[in-house]
Design a protein. Structure first.
Length: 497
């Protein structure tokens, strides 16, 4: 053994030398094989059930669980005037207000016994009911789900409790500058009458009765407006039969939901200031964006990533936070609209006296990306971010069917059926010239609506080390934008605090 030791030590030294030579001395020199990934194809999961309802099914035997999501074409855009909040109340109480022969308490107790989770809700343009439970309890769970979908009780005491919760939330609308920014941005972005700005008020809450929830439910929540996404421990053929029984002999006939409104009116360019006595100002720069079917969608998303949507790799974050230390976070968002044109928004929060200076930096970066081509490194970093993270949205079977069902719900399944398959190819094809072109198209600072929420005297005073005046950052007027009464959402007198 002693004679072998020198040879073993020599051999280990050789192996260690070879291993060391294979390790790069810099992280950027690391090389990885190209990612091989094929996105899911809708045809492999899509089923048209009897009656015409579409379902996406993904069996997964890894755990004894089943997850069922019923997507619904319903939203607050369908609320009658004077009943703002009706969609939210209906959606919330579907799963929480009792169903069939069970009171709310009995339904909750039974779900707890089954270790099942039942949730429901309705937003601006879409609603859902979801059920997650052990596969051995699937039959009973489907029975409970049908009761919720067809015989919700909307229990009076639960309705009263939810109204109180919403009322308390309404009272807090002006407590934080972030919530003020949110509703003021909505009014500036879409106009007073757009459905997104039809907020719940005390009057609308008081006008809503249990009968209104029942009527809203029966009018809109039926299989014509459903798309199902089902994943978990089941046999595909058996699940199809179970779902068809779930939807069979629906006890009422409703209406097919129309498309949400698409026309809105952006405010005139200018600087809009809402007074809030705080030591920091919140700034949002708003411009029209794109719709989801826009040919420039992907190029505009790459541009936005480089400008401000890419976190610490983006220009605005580097300038405003890293270089100047003016804000913890600063960036941009490009939200493509599905039913109406989306928005481009740049935003940050900074000390009152540096609001003007920080705003000038963001506007400067917006202009720069329209005038100069982005570097190859910036372009490659942005494209890799989209390409390399693409598979994450399909990490589980539940995510797969959810993504495919959403494509069906929003119509892209029909208008661009190869979206997932060609996404990475389309991203890879974006050039620096494309980025500059879409920047020139979308980023027009002279047309920007600039919202500022904060203490106006300090904001207008500016910073002694930076000779930038807020009023000089826009050719439009500077407008005092009043707070809204939190209970009525009517503008308050400007003198009110």
């Amino acid at each position: 053994m002693k004679r072998l030791m020198p040879f073993l030590m020599l051999w280990m030294a050789v192996l260690m030398t070879m291993a060391a030579e294979a390790i790069p001395d810099r992280p950027e020199k690391l090389q990885f094989p190209p990612l091989q990934y094929e996105p899911p194809k809708a045809a492999d999961y899509r089923v048209v059930l009897k009656g015409g309802t579409v379902a996406y099914l993904a069996p997964d035997r890894s755990l004894p669980l089943v997850n069922i999501v019923v997507l619904m074409r319903v939203g607050s855009y369908l609320e009658p005037a004077g009943k703002e909040g009706l969609a939210e109340l209906t959606g919330y109480l579907l799963a929480r207000g009792g169903a069939g022969q069970r009171s709310a308490e009995e339904l909750e107790e039974r779900l707890a016994f089954l270790a099942a989770q039942l949730n429901s809700g309705v937003g601006a343009v879409q609603g859902s009911v979801s059920l997650n439970l052990l596969s051995k309890d699937l039959e009973e769970g489907l029975g409970l789900l049908r009761d919720v979908l067809t015989q919700p009780r909307f229990q009076e005491d639960k309705l009263a409790l939810r109204k109180q919760q919403l009322l308390q939330s309404m009272k807090e609308r002006n407590d934080e500058s972030a919530s003020i920014e949110s509703y003021q941005s909505g009014y500036l972005s879409y106009g007073e009458d757009f459905f997104l700005n039809r907020h719940t008020t005390v009057a609308s809450l008081e006008a809503i009765r249990r009968e209104d929830l029942q009527a809203f439910h029966r009018r809109w929540m039926h299989p014509t407006n459903f798309i199902l996404a089902v994943s978990g421990d089941f046999d595909r053929a058996e699940m199809i039969q179970k779902l068809e029984r779930l939807l069979a002999s629906w006890p009422f006939a409703g209406e097919k939901a129309p498309q949400p409104p698409s026309e809105y009116r952006l405010a005139e360019p200018g600087i809009y200031i809402t007074e809030k006595d705080v030591n920091q100002g919140r700034v949002q720069i708003i411009l029209p964006g794109v719709r989801r079917g826009d040919p420039d969608l992907i190029a505009s998303q790459v541009m936005n990533h480089i400008l401000g949507g890419g976190g610490f790799t983006s220009r605005i974050m580097n300038r405003v936070r890293s270089d100047e230390g003016l804000a913890y976070s600063a960036g941009t968002r490009l939200s493509p609209g599905v039913y109406y044109r989306g928005l481009f928004q740049a935003g940050f929060q900074t000390k009152s006296r540096t609001v003007a200076y920080a705003t000038s930096i963001v506007l400067e970066e917006m202009r720069r990306i329209t005038r100069e081509k982005v570097s190859e490194q910036e372009l490659e970093t942005a494209k890799r971010a989209f390409i390399d993270t693409f598979p994450r949205q399909f990490a589980t079977k539940a995510q797969v069917v959810a993504a495919l069902a959403d494509e069906e719900m929003t119509g892209r399944y029909f208008t661009d059926p190869d979206w997932f398959e060609k996404f990475r190819e389309r991203v890879a094809a974006v050039t620096a010239e494309d980025v500059q072109r879409v920047a020139e198209r979308l980023l027009r600072p002279e047309r920007a609506v600039i919202l500022v929420v904060g203490h106006k005297p300090d904001i207008l005073l500016g910073h002694p080390q930076h000779a930038v005046s807020l009023k000089d950052l826009s050719k439009g007027p500077m407008v005092d934008l009043p707070l809204r009464d939190p209970l009525t959402m009517k503008p308050l007198p400007l003198a009110a605090k």
